[in-house]
Design a protein around this ligand. Structure first.
Ligand code: T1G
Length: 704
């Protein structure tokens, strides 16, 4: 079996190289071989210094997450780190790419640290619902101070090599070849007779009072809403004031505790679900990495979505051509793009140079034929079947047959659109979410005609754009919108008719963990957009009344949402703060009376239960109809595209958390109370009868 750690003698330097593709995860076998290499070096009198580096794209992505569900196995991280820290030779780490989690903890146990100028160093454990468990909460404060350590661990975001140097986390930043720089650094150590300097021997001078903790938590309040891991992080960091052996024992206990939380199981579920989502398409990750390369992209339609999609591709460094037959639309698109980049520069997310460069990557044209050399074309024109068919058939005649043609429709039949071309096998839905340049999700809508080449190109597009891709079969509303319309949003409207207020519904679901409640989302996107989309969708399948009667009435009355200053709420000009508007309650009361619905007091628990259970029930229908291939895909769609709280794992994982028999019992309760649209999905009934779960269902469907 190939070794995952190599050892090389380079004069006085013993070079230990971690080689465990794809991300040099510090697995059990890596730890075993690291200790072997250190032992060999210690026994070799010509070796005066040890250098630890890695091969491949990055230093290390940390501990092997796939090993978390089994006992750690010896040597443990701490045993390896103790061998490094108490080695009689000075040990140097040289970092390139990324050093994350356990990878950085290993580096902190070394006596000296170099980083290439483009390297990044981070502790992302909190994104997995765990605390650093390999000494990070004890050594990081010793190197950079308690406050800075708390910031790094609470944010989970890597810092640059220069920042790390400024904080005292690395000793030197290498401009050129890292290996050369590291070897000369080692030789300098030998020449200057500089020996080991165990990090654990350092003491933490700083204190961390409640004010400092509150200040450290403030910037992460939104990201950590409803979470608990941060409390364990703070407790562990505080323990760094103690002698190292005591602090590390406390960290170990807290790390074990964090690993067992439902929050961590949920976040790890989402981590792997996002990486697995591509695989259920049947297109191997190897195929997804093959050419043809995509360099030039054409966007047809310069509206809000077209402009956002153009920015997404420009952000990825591609050449973008935006075409539209309306010069005014192209001008507006340019303005949207320039103002969006300007606000990113203002918020210091990018520099002016980067903004200018990205704007230069986007060209406008009124001439459709100009896109003939595009590697990919995406139509984002108005949601009208005949208009889109016309655009796609024109593209079909302009672009070579092997190029992918995509539609950004969110409501229309992609199959019917594909049939409007001579090459339906190269037509797919690439469903972007608002804002297209920032939303992480890309729903790939496949038709019965779509070829494997087209699918793998779509996955490559997602990888290029750093988006999470999920495949949906072409059906009413695809995965996300189907569940939003037939489940979550529909139930929110029903609750309004029965007596809840928009503010009450939104607050209850925001307290549950959604970034924004359904009525505020509707006002943000525009109630008219929803109304128009439903008109299109109803051409595929209709839905009996009441079905979004409130939103449609608001649209009729011109209460379109933030863009008109009135929607489900009122908005002061220039403000996005949603202000309850008694007129809306009047509208709702009238619609309820017209339908003989008696209004009553409704508590938050019922609001959350009904909205989430309806989401789960419709999600099960989406699964049993094969619109989504896996329950985990649905979790990815809802956590990365619709704001479902990641720390609850997504609606289907959450259903397993509640227990499917309880879920079914409650759905049946609402079916008796509210009628047909609460009919329990057959899949849930089957799983409950079998004592099974969505997780089990996924495992079975993969093994088939
Ligand atoms: N363990 C196991 N597998 C991992 C992994 C890890 N840490 N990181 C990535 N993979 C797999 C991933 O599943 C995928 O597999 C392949 O590598 C490529 O990943 C003790 C306890 C490094 C930025 O949280 O953020 O250390 O799908 O598609 O987009 O205190 O992966 O090909 O089969 O994501 O280039 C802390 C997690 C661990 C970092 C690369 N570390 N990884 O992104 O590739 S906890 C993290 C990432 C820890 C200590 C604690 C990203 C990446 P497959 P990819 P990418």
């Amino acid at each position: 079996m190939a070794r995952s750690v190599t050892f090389e003698e380079l004069g006085p330097v013993g070079l230990i190289c971690i080689d465990n593709p794809p991300v040099n995860a510090i697995s059990h076998s890596v730890r075993l071989e690291l200790v072997d290499a250190i032992t060999r070096a210690e026994r070799n009198s010509s070796i005066k210094v040890l250098l630890i580096m890695s091969s491949g794209e990055l230093f290390s992505a940390g501990a092997d997450i796939s090993e978390f569900d089994r006992p750690e196995g010896e040597p443990s991280f701490q045993q390896v780190e103790a061998r490094i820290e108490f080695c009689h030779l000075p040990v140097v780490a040289a970092i390139h790419g990324l050093a994350l989690g356990g990878g950085l903890e290993l580096v902190m146990a070394c006596h000296y640290r170099l980083a290439h100028k483009n390297a990044k160093l981070g502790m992302p454990e909190i994104t997995l619902g765990i605390i650093p468990g390999a000494g990070g909460t004890q050594r990081l404060p010793r190197l950079i101070g308690m406050r800075a350590a708390l910031d790094m661990i609470l944010s989970g975001t890597p810092v640059s090599a220069l920042d790390a140097k400024a904080k005292g986390l690395v000793d030197e930043v290498a401009e050129g070849d890292l290996r050369d720089a590291a070897l000369s650094f080692c030789k300098r150590l030998v020449h200057e007779r500089l020996g080991p300097r165990p990090t654990c021997d350092r003491t933490v001078i700083e204190d961390l009072d409640d004010a400092a903790i509150a200040a450290a938590l403030r910037p992460h309040a939104r990201a950590l809403k409803g979470r608990t891991t941060q409390d364990l992080v703070i407790e562990a960091i505080k323990a760094s004031k103690l002698p190292f052996s005591q602090g590390i024992a406390i960290e170990t206990a807290l790390a074990q505790k964090s690993l067992a939380t439902r929050e961590s199981l949920a976040l790890r579920h989402v981590f792997f679900a996002e990486r697995e989502s591509g695989k259920s398409s049947g297109v191997s990750s190897a195929k997804q990495a093959q050419p043809p390369w995509i360099r030039r992209v054409a966007i047809i339609g310069a509206g809000t979505m077209g402009s956002g999609i153009a920015m997404a591709f420009a952000d990825a460094g591609l050449e973008v051509l935006v075409t539209d037959n309306d010069p005014a639309a192209l001008t507006r698109s340019r303005e949207i793009i320039q103002s969006t980049y300007a606000s990113s520069v203002k918020r210091r997310r990018i520099t002016q140079n980067i903004a200018d460069d990205r704007i230069r990557h986007i060209r406008n044209s009124l001439v459709l034929a100009e896109l003939a050399d595009a590697d990919l074309a995406i139509e984002a024109v108005f949601e009208d079947m005949e208009l889109k068919k016309d655009v796609l058939s024109k593209l079909d005649s302009i672009l070579p047959a092997e190029r992918l043609l995509a539609t950004n429709t969110s409501t229309l039949s992609v199959t019917e659109l594909a049939r409007a071309t001579a090459h339906p096998e190269r037509v797919l839905g690439l469903h972007f979410f608002v804002p297209a340049h920032a939303s992480k999700l890309l729903e790939i809508v496949r038709t019965e005609y779509a070829s494997a080449e087209s699918l793998s190109t779509a996955f490559r597009v997602a990888k290029l754009l750093k988006k999470v891709a999920v495949v949906s079969r072409d059906a009413f509303g695809f995965i996300g919108n189907r569940m939003m319309l037939d489940g979550y949003f529909r139930e929110a409207e029903q609750l309004l008719l029965e007596g809840a207020t928009p503010r009450q519904v939104d607050t209850a679901l925001e307290n549950f963990g959604f970034a924004m409640g359904p009525q505020r989302v509707s006002d943000l996107g525009g109630n008219d957009v929803g109304t128009k989309a439903r008109v299109q969708l109803f051409k595929r399948e209709s839905r009996p009344d009441p079905y979004f009667v409130i939103a449609d009435r608001l649209t009729e009355m011109g209460r379109l949402g933030q863009k008109t200053g009135r929607g489900f709420y009122g908005y002061e000009s220039g403000s996005r703060d949603a202000v309850p508007d008694p007129e809306v309650i009047g509208i709702i009361e009238k619609l309820a009376a017209e339908r003989g619905i008696l209004r009553r007091e409704i508590n938050d628990q019922e609001i959350v239960e009904r909205c989430i259970l309806s989401l789960i029930n419709v999600g099960s229908i989406v699964l049993e109809k094969g619109i989504a291939a896996r329950a985990a895909d649905i979790d990815v769609v809802w956590t990365s595209g619709y704001g479902f709280p990641r720390h609850l794992g997504g609606p289907m994982f959450y259903a397993d958390t509640l227990g499917l028999s309880h879920v079914l019992q409650r759905i049946r309760h609402y079916y008796e109370k509210l009628g047909y649209y609460w009919r329990p999905a057959k899949l849930i009934e089957r799983l409950v009868a079998a004592g099974s779960s969505f997780e089990q269902w996924d495992r079975n469907s993969i093994s088939q």
